[in-house]
Design a protein. Structure first.
Length: 559
């Protein structure tokens, strides 16, 4: 824990864990305020879990979530009210503590002098000068002046952000780049399917962020609150402002667990799990090993989602374990998909259907998970089949693997960078923003019609780096993205259907058929996934070594 005292009645902290509660109580705190919305991070416990742990020790708990970019005066007032209502001293937390410090600063603006507010937060290690400017500016953060300026700013240090920073540094070693991300840990998320199948250990999918930021790149450890591209400015939590000449936007997407009624309350218990969360993937494997009979439901929400094959990968690896241990005939496997097809590229469907048949799974299309009752072990689905009246179906389960609904992050959806659906609006070939020509985007957050996979980001990063470097040199874009994405479908332990495709479902295999025929399950593809791709991710992609990812030259139409 990293608890910082701001006033006699309030301290703030970065993310806490249920296991911290005993120590918090021992330090004399009486109440806890959670200012972090659920599901901001892949390793984040939900507020229900935190509240249960706090109240079990007699601590008061209040959930006052603040989405980055949405620190309103009303929320600040509610925070101030909570401080008067809750027994003190109070400990407030969010991802880094900045939102909690910001709420306190705004809540005290009418009763304390600004120098006193700034001194208190500064002593705790939080810079609230931006908040002071917001207060002085009538509640809006001015962006005509900035706290820092960089020629290139990259928002998001996931697979796409670090890869594009490394690729840019490889092309222009002297380029001054800032990378904005509040996370301490970087995850190899493609590995979580393997954790849920008992093949990888969870710790092998995580490294400290600081160890991965390319040398010479400035790491701004903060969350983005808002974009003002008309002023080439980014507002951070704490109302600090960073300005830029060029910007790359790649913060990933948001796992919207709250869209399914009752899901957050039961995740990680009652047989409900998901490989889309770092701390839950081991629970998937625990459930799979423990299930000897009963019903297992695997769900897939409406598109778009990251790694569209992941929901069925969990089903295949689970079915394979039950087959190998001789209990498959006792287990009713249901795959409930909000869409109408097993996989979006038809060439791979026959191989997948053979495994559906092998495991005796029932495919229920147009079934969208809308509610979960964990203690009762029931799941409710909205069923909207073509040419049929909508209906609701409730199914009992013994185990359920959930793929959550997914959207662009809130600070993206409300920004001038977003299209009508909330995704960053880019040219699908150059990945340059359609309106703001000094902005590029890659990864899951942008609206090009490609599969949202780490393999896609691996190919996109050099395209963005090449085109941004060309723009710095005064030239036109020189590289294009062909929509490449890859989905290694783990159909059984030891075999994978390696789906590789581009825009429009065009097959884009990386290897000759004699080595890997992607339309068939192969041992070679499994070895690629298990042994080769992880080191390529850590040691090549994130270090600007563009193995099998050299940018394709932009094709310009003849006049």
């Amino acid at each position: 824990m990293d608890i910082k005292k701001i006033s006699p009645g309030l301290s703030v902290s970065p993310q806490l864990l249920p296991s911290d509660m005993a120590d918090i109580k021992a330090q004399g705190f009486k109440s806890i305020i959670c200012n972090r919305p659920d599901a901001e991070g892949a390793d984040q416990p939900g507020h229900d879990e935190m509240q249960a742990a706090a109240e079990a020790l007699g601590l008061e708990f209040r959930f006052l979530p603040v989405t980055p970019g949405m620190v309103t005066d009303d929320t600040a007032e509610a925070f101030g009210t909570a401080l008067t209502e809750l027994p003190g001293p109070v400990l407030a937390y969010c991802r880094t503590g900045t939102r909690s410090a910001t709420l306190w600063s705004l809540s005290q603006a009418g009763s304390r002098p600004l120098p006193e507010i700034l001194a208190a937060t500064s002593a705790a290690g939080y810079d609230m000068n931006g908040v002071a400017r917001r207060i002085a500016n009538g509640g809006k953060t001015p962006t005509d002046a900035s706290d820092a300026h960089y020629p290139v700013v990259i928002v998001g240090a996931g697979a796409g952000g670090i890869a594009v920073a490394a690729s840019l540094k490889a092309r222009k070693p002297d380029l001054d780049i800032a990378l904005i991300d509040p996370a301490d840990i970087h995850y190899y998320q493609p590995g979580w399917t393997m954790v849920g199948g008992g093949i990888f250990e969870p710790q092998d999918t995580a490294k400290t962020m600081g160890s991965l930021i390319p040398r010479g790149v400035h790491w701004i450890k903060a969350a983005v609150a808002a974009f003002e591209p008309a002023n080439n400015a980014i507002v951070l939590d704490g109302c600090r402002v960073v300005s830029y000449d060029r910007m790359v936007v790649c913060p990933g997407l948001k796992l919207d667990w709250a869209k399914v009624d009752g899901l957050e309350e039961t995740l990680g218990r009652n047989g409900v799990t998901s490989n889309y969360r770092y701390d839950l993937a081991p629970y998937t494997w625990e459930l799979v090993q423990g299930l000897k009979s009963g019903r297992a439901i695997f769900t897939q929400p409406p598109m778009p989602i990251k790694c569209a094959g992941a929901p069925q990968k969990a089903m295949y690896l689970s079915g394979d374990h039950w087959h190998r241990t001789g209990v498959l005939s006792n287990i009713d496997i249901q795959f409930n998909n909000a869409g109408g097809v097993l996989f979006g590229v038809k060439d791979y469907v026959p191989a997948l259907e053979s495994y559906v048949k092998k495991y005796g799974a029932n495919l229920n299309f147009f079934h969208n998970l809308v509610a979960v009752d964990g203690p009762a072990k029931t799941a409710t689905f909205a069923v909207n089949k073509p040419d049929a009246d909508p209906e609701t179906v409730t199914m009992e389960f013994d185990m359920m693997h959930v793929c959550p609904p997914q959207t662009a992050p809130d600070f993206i959806r409300v920004s001038p960078l977003a299209d009508a659906a909330g995704w960053v609006d880019v040219d699908p070939a150059t990945l340059r923003h359609k309106t703001h020509d000094n902005v590029w985007s890659l990864g899951d957050v942008m609206n090009a019609p490609n599969a949202k996979t780490a393999a896609a980001a691996r190919v996109q990063a050099p395209v963005v780096a090449e085109n941004l470097a060309a723009d710095i040199d005064g030239g036109a874009p020189t590289a294009q993205y062909n929509g490449y994405g890859s989905c290694p479908l783990t159909v059984e332990r030891g075999k994978i259907v390696l789906a590789e495709f581009g825009y429009g479902g065009t097959l884009l295999p990386s290897f000759p058929k004699i080595l890997i025929d992607g339309t068939k399950p192969t041992r070679a593809a499994w070895l690629l996934k298990e042994k080769i791709l992880p080191p390529i991710y850590w040691k090549a992609m994130l270090r600007g070594r563009e193995w099998m990812a050299k940018p394709e030259a932009l094709k310009v139409a003849a006049e």
